[in-house]
Design a protein around this ligand. Structure first.
Ligand SMILES: Nc1ncnc2c1ncn2[C@@H]1O[C@H](COP(=O)(O)OP(=O)(O)OP(=O)(O)O)[C@@H](O)[C@H]1O
Ligand SMILES: [Mg+2]
Length: 218
């Protein structure tokens, strides 16, 4: 099973800030919101899952990997099973839309024929096949985020981690992005989304983990 589990995790930065999370799970295929004010620890939780940050105490299990036993050389393998979407899109500005998706498949070592088929499929799923030759700067924010989502899904992750993915978008565009995550989730991919956006949380009634000062309060 591809679950995520936090076991009595304490994770502190050198200044003493951080999180303390007793127990928390994301089951295979689940959709979970992470909410809470700025500084509550949402991004810190995502970093622990990505293993760019390790707990000082306790452990984080991500699929078959455990933060206490994972080897440095296994970390790329772990990251390939995770999709990431950020508030600021993080597309490569010097490559067109097609190449922004294709390059992650090249890193994974796929053949060009598969890369082309898969990239076209991803573009179709986010409704932007017709933009494939454009540069990211020629797209709207909502379109850029759709491309970032297509890129995150290219390697067929078991979970997508989204850090405030609608933070730079207007309400209507945000709602469209949430609809896209909903479809992704209905096809079986788990979603963990950090957001401040009360509206989205209320509209989409998924399980919500409420954080404050680095702790789960609800
Ligand atoms: N690299 C770092 N070094 C030191 N402290 C950090 C670092 N990153 C985050 N923190 C601190 O850890 C706490 C949690 O930060 P985190 O980034 O997880 O919050 P957040 O919920 O994602 O906030 P936001 O909604 O503003 O993105 C905050 O007090 C923050 O100042
Ligand atoms: Mg954050």
């Amino acid at each position: 099973m591809k679950n995520i589990r936090f076991n009595n995790v304490t994770a502190k930065y050198s200044n003493g800030e951080g999180i303390e999370i007793a127990n928390f799970d994301i089951k295979q295929g689940e959709f979970v919101f992470l909410s809470g004010p700025s500084g509550a620890g949402k991004t810190t939780i995502l970093k622990l899952i990505l293993m760019t940050l390790f707990p000082n105490r306790g452990s984080v299990e991500v699929g078959n990997f455990n933060s206490q036993t994972i080897h440095t050389k296994e970390i790329p393998l772990l990251r390939r099973q995770l999709g990431c979407v950020f508030q600021d899109f993080r597309l490569l500005d010097d490559r067109n839309v097609y190449e922004n998706i294709a390059f992650v498949l090249r890193i994974t070592g796929h053949r060009e024929k598969y890369i082309k088929r898969r990239t076209f499929k991803m573009l179709a799923e986010v409704g932007l096949s017709h933009k494939r030759n454009q540069m990211p700067s020629q797209l709207s924010g909502g379109e850029q985020q759709r491309i970032a989502i297509a890129r995150a899904m290219a390697n067929d992750p078991f979970i997508v981690l989204a850090d405030e993915p609608t933070g730079n978008l207007d309400p209507e565009t945000s709602s469209g992005i949430l609809d896209l995550f909903k479809v992704i989730n209905e096809r079986g991919t788990a979603v963990l989304m950090a957001t401040h956006n009360r509206n989205l949380i209320d509209t989409f009634s998924y399980r919500t983990l409420q954080l404050q000062h680095g702790r789960i309060i609800g």
